[in-house]
Design a protein around this ligand. Structure first.
Ligand SMILES: [Zn+2]
Length: 362
């Protein structure tokens, strides 16, 4: 439930309220939503449902910024944001929750702080983590909806499995260059991602922000579409089951239905290989930057303080609490608690693995 501090019942003086209220809230907290309260598609009942909803946004980059911003301002009462990365200067072109003061900060933490400033009456949780088979279930536990704002198909396929297994709807959104796609996936009612795309595309076969670039208006457009669908899904009102496609440069729009496949391994046969850890890689190139992420293969990992002491002998080390930034051999390693590391300065997974082994551990 949403905490509004010292509660009181909404009276008729501030907002014309034709609906009986079952929740006790502060007048000033509802007053901020007055443009939604008079919107026929939301109204008081809808606002109450939003305030009682929990949404997890996976990824706090360009699309995630737009989605989380819209949902926080609309009054989704419980918002969780997750991201594995650190704010870099070239993120500012399109990632609207961040400014120059955030450079070098963990994205999820900076996004969470910004969202709390935007709307202090909702609950915001942040996870500076790489979403994987081991943590996706606890991070999304209790969510009414999961929003995809990631930059890779492997995580989307993992989200799809979790969605089907746990019965939690999710919204796929992908953007690159000047175009974007989005689709609502509601277990038991719509096709799932694997109905549309039976297998994870092989590495290097899809264009990414790092290979073809991205215009900063397409994440705003697709994030806004996805956030609108999120509100409609949370309210149970007229959500779409089509895949929508926009190219903002060409002014092209299309939408088409996606049919459920009778032999879908995920939503029909209920095979959840990724959730079981099968086929989940330990190294991946990061979209939009010259960087590779290495997931620690170790269960035990030294504390960052111990690691920091050790690495000061071989390179320049900055201790940021949540992570270390280490510069050596012309590369930069950002090492998080638990061992997950982003190697900046290369897109070669072998080079990244070698640096990881050399400075972090074998
Ligand atoms: Zn399916």
């Amino acid at each position: 439930m949403v905490s509004f501090g010292k509660g009181m019942t909404l009276g008729p003086s501030s907002i014309s309220n034709p609906y009986p209220l079952s929740v006790s809230v502060m007048e000033k907290d509802l007053d901020r939503y007055r443009r939604q309260l008079i919107l026929k598609d939301i109204g008081m009942d809808g606002q109450m449902r939003l305030l009682d909803s929990k949404v997890t946004v996976i990824g706090c980059g360009a699309t995630g910024s737009v989605i989380a911003n819209a949902l926080a301002r609309s009054g989704v009462g419980h918002l969780t944001v997750v991201d594995r990365d650190v704010v870099e200067p070239d993120n500012l072109q399109r990632q609207l929750l961040f400014d120059e003061d955030d450079i070098g900060c963990a994205k999820a933490a900076a996004a969470g702080e910004r969202l709390k400033v935007i709307n202090s009456s909702i609950e915001v949780s942040s996870f500076v983590e790489d979403v994987g088979p081991g943590n996706i279930a606890p991070i999304t536990k209790g969510s009414d909806l999961i929003m995809d704002a990631t930059d890779n198909m492997a995580t989307r396929f993992l989200m799809n499995e979790l969605s089907v297994r746990e019965g939690i709807p999710w919204i796929y959104t992908g953007v690159v260059e000047t175009m974007g796609m989005s689709m609502n996936i509601v277990p038991g009612k719509t096709a799932c991602l694997r109905c549309a795309l039976p297998a994870i595309p092989a590495a290097g076969t899809l264009p990414t922000c790092s290979t073809v670039g991205i215009i900063n208006t397409i994440p705003s457009l697709m994030g806004s579409i996805a956030a609108t669908e999120a509100i409609k899904l949370l309210l149970g009102k007229g959500w779409s089951s089509d895949m929508v496609v926009y190219d903002v440069w060409k002014g092209f729009f299309d939408r088409f239905p996606v049919k459920r496949r009778v032999d879908c391994e995920c939503c029909v046969e209920h095979k959840f290989d990724l959730l079981d850890g099968k086929g989940w890689g330990g190294a991946s190139r990061l979209c939009g930057s010259d960087a590779v992420q290495i997931t620690s293969p170790h269960d035990q990992f030294p504390s960052l303080k111990d690691l920091s002491r050790r690495l000061r002998a071989v390179g320049e080390v900055e201790d940021h609490g949540e992570f270390l930034r280490v510069r050596a051999e012309g590369y930069e390693l950002v090492i998080f608690k638990g061992g997950r590391t982003i190697v900046h300065g290369t897109s070669d997974e072998l080079v990244a693995r070698s640096l990881y082994s050399k400075y972090v551990g074998n």
